[in-house]
Design a protein around this ligand. Structure first.
Ligand SMILES: Nc1ncnc2c1ncn2[C@@H]1O[C@H](COP(=O)(O)OP(=O)(O)OP(=O)(O)O)[C@@H](O)[C@H]1O
Length: 267
């Protein structure tokens, strides 16, 4: 089975003057979460959305996922307006627990979407074997989620999403709840998987080092309300990246001082 997904050039994500606002229940004032956001995400790109807590990263990601409706502006994928979730996109959440079915085994969880699509059993097994090996879970197929560590659950979630072969992976702080060592190994695995599959990844984090380890570009969001993308950093380093290299540390420092100036260091 080929690991290279057919990512069509039609999958470019175009975001133009995008707004999300809510009306305050009593006062009736319009409260902007994000305002006039502009961003183009290329096919097969690994883009990181970096910003302080509460600035609207998840809101923007959920709008791209089709879960949250826009209040104004344009959001298209391959020229088509995003107004609902689609098979071209899949979301990986921070808490794997809420997305895995506790009564299904690891393999059954990974094969769930394929079963819904009526993929024949043999093909299903071939696909789940492939992705379970990719996320280093071979040998754990018959376990239930309660028998897994946090990192393993997150791997199951990733294998399940990958087995449905979406062109676009939307990841909302997927490693935020993991301990430092597991987090580092998951970052390495994700980076390898991305290079093998050529999917578009949009990855939300407020960790500068994580952003620099993973992203080709880092889109920095300002603190809310009415958050915007204020800067885009190109990360010029090849993969796998060395967090101890002087170039890496310099860029880390540069982005950190950006937040020090604009937010008093709060990220
Ligand atoms: N349905 C809603 N109604 C009103 N306000 C909302 C709604 N959903 C989110 N918000 C507000 O939008 C802002 C941005 O939230 P969001 O979760 O997108 O931020 P975030 O950058 O992902 O935060 P974090 O890094 O802490 O997860 C917050 O102030 C939040 O309270």
């Amino acid at each position: 089975m080929s690991t290279v997904s057919l990512v069509s050039p039609l999958n470019t994500i175009n975001i133009h003057q995008l707004n999300k606002s809510y009306e305050e229940p009593k006062a009736g004032n319009i409260h902007y979460i994000i305002k006039d956001v502009d961003l183009v995400i290329r096919d097969g790109e690994f883009l990181v959305l970096l910003g302080p807590s509460g600035c609207g990263k998840s809101t923007l990601l959920n709008m791209i996922a089709g879960f949250v409706a826009k209040s104004g502006g344009q959001l298209t994928i391959g020229g088509r307006e995003v107004d609902r979730p689609g098979k071209d996109r899949a979301v990986v959440f921070q808490q794997a627990d809420s997305s895995l079915f506790p009564w299904l085994t690891v393999r059954e969880n990974v094969e769930f979407g394929l079963k819904m699509k009526r993929t024949p059993r043999k093909k299903r097994q071939e696909i789940s074997d492939h992705y379970l090996a990719m996320v280093n879970l071979a040998g754990h197929e018959d376990k239930f989620p309660r028998e897994l560590s946090g990192g393993m659950k997150q791997r199951v979630q990733l294998a399940r999403v990958l087995s449905n072969d979406p062109a676009i992976l939307l990841m909302d702080e997927p490693f935020g709840a993991l301990d430092a060592m597991t987090r580092r190994s998951m970052q390495k695995e994700l980076s390898t998987i991305w290079r093998q599959t050529h999917k578009t990844v949009i990855f939300v984090t407020h960790d500068i080092q994580e952003a620099l380890l993973l992203g080709q570009r880092i889109a920095v969001m300002s603190a809310g309300p009415a958050s915007q993308i204020t800067d885009i950093y190109e990360v010029p380093f090849s993969y796998p990246r060395d967090v101890t290299s002087s170039d890496f540390l310099r860029l880390d420092q540069q982005i950190q001082s950006h937040f020090d100036e604009s937010l008093g260091g709060h990220l």
